[in-house]
Design a protein around this ligand. Structure first.
Ligand SMILES: [Zn+2]
Length: 290
């Protein structure tokens, strides 16, 4: 099964008549913009999409032109973890737009070392409490749920550890260490959206019944019982599949799946738990409304 065989229609999730829609746009990889009522969130926006050659050859630099072309002006930027394909562009977008960044200590260090003012960066990891860290951005209510990264590299998490303030910017790909991992629970206009940026999670989530799960595909085959666990923990009504695309290809070329994503098997495993769940993809820069 090809990802394009699964494309959602624009109106797939039935926005109710009479209220401004929530627009969810896929930016490629685990990146999304979510807009409602004049406010915009970005999650894991990665539009530089350095080639494999550039990733191996030299430290990575964010592509300011790609940011200007593809990233909407946002009120907040959320980083679920700090691998390069999630945060390379975060400091540049923050500096270009003034948006507030929410992320781990590793993300905070990266942003501050890159010159983003401290007042513009929120460390969601430093929060100590029973309840998850919460924030409000316009009509959006955010909860940062501790999560885990899939251990897809021979049973290990690639580039584990934190970006530290001793690291030299620009970093090589391996310098973008994972940092603490968060799922992001977003509540807006009576809907719940959950961003799962890596294909693993901690069991026993505080709340289930997510309307739309933005779900990472890469790594799902090496995470034990991923499908029943994600379905049981979040009980999603709909799933938008992400992070299945080859992110070494430029954004203006059609998305092509990474090897071994096994999309057909993934869909079968998810629908085996709940046959009513809607599952789909979007083209890069495609959007849906809910
Ligand atoms: Zn990652």
């Amino acid at each position: 099964m090809k990802p394009t065989d699964l494309e959602f229609s624009h109106e797939a999730l039935d926005p109710p008549p009479g209220r401004p829609p929530i627009h969810v746009k896929w930016l490629g990889t685990a990146g999304f913009s979510i807009e409602h009522d004049g406010y915009t969130l970005l999650i894991d926006p990665y539009v530089t999409r350095a080639s494999l050659f550039d990733c191996i050859r030299s430290p990575l630099r964010s592509d300011a032109l790609a940011i200007r072309r593809h990233v909407p002006v946002a009120d907040a930027i959320i980083a679920g973890h700090t691998h390069f394909d999630h945060v390379l562009d975060v400091p540049g977008i923050a500096q270009a737009t003034g948006a507030t960044v929410y992320g781990s200590r590793s993300c905070t260090t990266l942003c501050q070392t890159s010159g983003v003012p401290s007042a513009q960066v929120v460390d969601v990891e430093g929060h100590r409490g029973v309840e998850p860290f919460r924030a409000e951005v316009g009509p959006f209510e955010l909860r940062f749920i501790p999560s885990v990264h899939s251990a897809f590299l021979f049973g290990r998490i690639p580039s584990a550890g934190n970006i530290s303030d001793c690291d030299q910017i620009p970093l090589r790909t391996t310098g973008y260490r994972c940092g603490a991992v968060f799922g992001v629970d977003i509540r807006v206009a009576g809907r719940r959206i959950y961003h799962l940026g890596s294909a693993d999670l901690l069991d026993g989530h505080p709340d289930r019944d997510v309307d739309l799960l933005l779900m990472c595909v890469a790594g799902w085959t090496t995470t034990e019982r991923f499908c029943p666990r994600v379905m049981g923990s979040l009980r999603p009504g709909a799933i938008l599949l992400s992070h299945w695309d080859d992110f070494f290809r430029p954004l203006d070329e059609p998305a092509r799946a990474l090897p071994a994503m096994r999309m057909g098997r993934l869909v079968d495993s998810l629908t085996a738990v709940d046959p009513s769940v809607q599952i789909g993809t979007l083209p890069i820069m495609g959007s849906l409304r809910l």
